[in-house]
Design a binder for this molecule. Structure first.
Ligand code: ST9
Ligand code: ZN
Ligand code: ZN
Length: 323
């Protein structure tokens, strides 16, 4: 009898481990939230194209989305996840506020998932492993429990620098109160207060549509920029350089470069402002001394890497072929 219990315990554990390996354990709360977000956003699109909502509400939504995107790109990504530059506290506070407006989890969690993504790219320990397909790496990973390797291998990632940043830790502590105010209530309230928008129109356009669209633009980096595009710097990795994603994601679509040289504050070789507006913000902040120690990569290092592992799509490798 006793033996039987142990046996069945072991079986339960094996089944559990197997399930975590191969089965999607769906988190219905998130599935329902995403369904609501998408239905509400479609209604927002209807309000925009039928000109029922005011044009100012749409312009405001674009501005709000752009500011919050900078909190993710220049803040959570380049500053906190990669330490590609240093920032004085007023800039860190500003970026933390913008990042809270974006609701992509608090900085600490965002950075932990992102560091794990870089350390274990396209393995089971990668939270949005692109080998599991477009849907999983785009949105699916947020609707299921994480693979056990994410917890186990993720535990090896050092987060002590963030634990020492009082702004990051304050945001973590107050996130569940401040985030709904900054991401949903504030953008829904401003159009009502400033130009008399209908409160429901404001909710659907400036809150729901704006938020959902900026999530998709961000997720494209994890999905599209791990599937489609060139691999000018390293043809042996999944990440790609994808101009469309770069434009949508404020300069984060030069993802082949970024995976090869993650410490570059431009997250791209060139960082032209037209396809990399986040770099413009960091450069501007550096001019006023708010950002400093901007890290980049030497032309020589890039050239060597392009000729060693590039897929031949880089202008430098074409030059080589001609000479
Ligand atoms: C969102 C995030 O959308 C988007 C990130 C995109 C990143 C893109 C990067 C590309 C570059 C930047 C581009 C920017 C472009 C911007 C342009 C915009 C126009 N390591 O997670 P839990 C442990 S969020 C180590 O609950 P479950 C840890 O102990 C959208 N350990 O796991 C943790 O406990 P604690 C809105 C880890 O239960 C515990 O496990 N948010 C790691 O499997 C439990 O963790 C949502 O939709 C790790 N990596 O649940 C909510 N991870 O935290 C989404 C976990 O206490 N989240 N541990 O230390 C969830 O509901 C859940 O996380 C879950 C998994 C259901 C997905
Ligand atoms: Zn990636
Ligand atoms: Zn990164």
């Amino acid at each position: 009898m006793h033996c039987k219990n142990i046996d069945s315990d072991a079986k339960t554990y094996q089944t559990y481990a197997k399930r975590r390996d191969y089965e999607w354990q769906i988190v219905w709360r998130n599935v329902l939230a995403f369904i609501y977000l998408h239905v509400a956003s479609l209604y927002g699109v209807y309000l925009i194209i039928t000109l029922k909502s005011k044009i100012w509400t749409l312009l405001f939504a674009v501005l709000f989305a752009s500011l919050s995107a900078m909190g993710v790109t220049a803040g959570a990504h380049r500053l906190w996840a990669h330490r590609a530059y240093k920032a004085k506290w007023p800039l860190r506070l500003f970026l933390a506020v913008l990042q809270t407006m974006a609701f992509q989890n608090h900085i600490y969690e965002w950075v932990r998932d992102h560091r794990v993504h870089h350390k274990f790219t396209e393995t089971d320990a990668d939270p949005h492993n692109a080998k599991r397909g477009f849907f999983f790496s785009h949105i699916g990973w947020l609707m299921v429990r994480k693979h056990k390797d994410v917890f186990e291998k993720g535990a090896t990632v050092d987060m002590s620098d963030l634990e020492k940043d009082p702004i990051v830790m304050f945001q973590k502590k107050t996130y569940l109160i401040v985030m709904p105010i900054l991401c949903f209530l504030l953008p829904a309230w401003i159009p009502v207060k400033l130009w008399g928008e209908n409160p429901w129109y404001s909710w659907y356009v400036a809150a729901m549509f704006r938020y959902t669209l900026s999530l998709h633009f961000t997720w494209l980096v994890n999905s599209a920029a791990h599937i489609w595009g060139n691999r000018p710097y390293d043809k042996y990795i999944g990440a790609t350089d994808n101009k469309t994603v770069a434009i949508c994601a404020f300069g984060e679509g030069w993802h082949n470069y970024h995976h090869v040289f993650p410490w570059d504050y431009k997250a791209a070789e060139l960082g032209h402002y037209s396809t990399n507006i986040s770099t413009a913000l960091i450069d501007w902040a550096a001019k006023y001394g708010l950002a400093y120690d901007l890290k980049t990569v030497s032309g020589d290092m890039i050239r060597k890497r392009v000729s060693r592992t590039g897929d031949g799509s880089h202008p430098l490798s074409k030059g080589e072929a001609n000479s």
